[in-house]
Design a protein around this ligand. Structure first.
Ligand code: HEM
Length: 337
């Protein structure tokens, strides 16, 4: 077998010969266009890695019986943590982009039209794999008008598969550890409901109806459209409340990773938006959108795990938590009898 060489292994011939500034073709001086190309390419490579991780996580979570007490859950958490770390790097990469001044950008900006980061199908496919639906996107017409048909198909295909959010919902519904729902006033959820009611300030009294809707509306038709079912919401809340028990530690890490992914994506959106404002003020983007205003609206609307974050409105103080029955404590711990 021929000896492997670094240059061939990494396909550097292709990667290092894939930068063709438009300004060079037109023989116009625009030093920063090289940076602009390389930074976008670096982003796209990291997007590819994020897809690799999210696909692997989805494959594990699609199994009919993900055992919470098995190495699989640890692998899921480990890979989601890696996604978070990559996203942090992506937020910081904006620092490099910002070393380019608006005047440096103007040197080549018009040569790009109508190309725009908006056409990054990998970014939109990632949003779809995580759980963003077409109907929930900001500026739907603009979205389809700007992308190539084959890229819209890639994203639609991702939307057709089970998203990470749906897989998490199914996993939570299957979770065997959360207490059953019952009308008995001494049952776990009825005690919890009472404690929550007692914790509400006068102005928050309406939250009790919200609690009933989110957690106890299993069989009633509901006005509340959430990607999380009532059973899944109960399991998620239970994990958050009792996360100190050994068996709930990994499930808690998993939920926490999802919130961290949303937070990093949102940080990226805000930093990108501010950079855009600084770079082009209130002018329209090269892709023809309203620029900063479009990005602000998308940033506000595109939270993917919003409903999981909102469960935190229903927490109560640790010292008021219902005590778990001994038998349940045993199941959640290391000691098994
Ligand atoms: C000088 C630097 C940049 C400027 C002025 C800029 C400007 C814009 C603008 C105005 C939009 C809205 C669509 C449009 O009208 O074009 C946009 C969208 C976008 N840009 Fe940038 N951008 C810059 C750098 C980057 C970089 C480095 C990336 C990394 C991949 C990126 C990724 C994106 C993405 C993914 C969107 C779509 C966001 C969404 O739909 O939520 N941009 N950009």
């Amino acid at each position: 077998m021929a000896e492997m060489h670094y240059h061939d292994y990494l396909q550097l011939e292709k990667i290092l010969n894939a930068q063709f500034p438009e300004s060079d073709k037109l023989n116009i001086s625009a030093h920063d266009e090289m940076l602009f190309i390389i930074i976008h390419q670096a982003y796209e490579l990291w997007f590819k890695q994020l897809h690799h991780e999210v696909d692997a996580v989805a494959a594990i979570m699609s199994k009919p019986a993900l055992n919470d007490n098995s190495p699989e859950l640890q692998t899921v958490v480990h890979r989601l943590n890696r996604c978070v770390t990559i996203l942090r790097v992506l937020v910081h990469q904006i620092d490099i982009m910002e070393t380019m001044t608006p005047m440096d950008f103007l040197d080549f900006r018009d040569m790009l039209r109508p190309a725009s980061g908006f056409q990054s199908w990998q970014f939109k496919q990632l949003e779809a794999k995580l759980g963003l639906k077409f109907d929930d996107r900001h500026g739907k017409e603009y979205y389809t008008a700007q992308l190539r048909k084959e890229h819209v198909d890639v994203i639609k295909n991702a939307e057709g598969n089970k998203s990470l959010l749906e897989l998490v919902n199914n996993w939570l519904e299957r979770m065997p550890l959360a207490p059953e729902l019952s009308g008995d006033p001494n049952s776990f959820w009825q005690i919890y409901r009472k404690s929550y009611e007692g914790s509400l300030a006068e102005a928050e009294k309406g939250n009790l109806a919200a609690l009933d809707e989110v957690f106890f509306s299993d069989s009633q038709p509901t006005t509340h459209h959430s990607p999380l079912s009532a059973a899944a919401s109960r399991a998620a809340l239970f994990i958050m409340l009792y996360r100190g028990y050994p068996l709930l530690q990994q499930p808690f890490q998993l939920l926490n990773c999802l919130l961290e992914i949303d937070e990093q994506l949102s940080s990226w959106r805000y930093r990108h938006m501010n950079m855009v404002h600084r770079m082009i003020g209130t002018r329209i983007g090269t892709g023809g959108s309203s620029g900063k205003d479009y990005l602000k609206a998308a940033a506000d609307k595109h939270y993917i795990f919003r409903e999981i974050a909102q469960l935190n409105s229903f927490l109560i103080e640790r010292r008021k938590l219902p005590l778990l029955p001994k038998e349940m404590e045993m199941r959640l711990g290391f000691v098994h009898q």
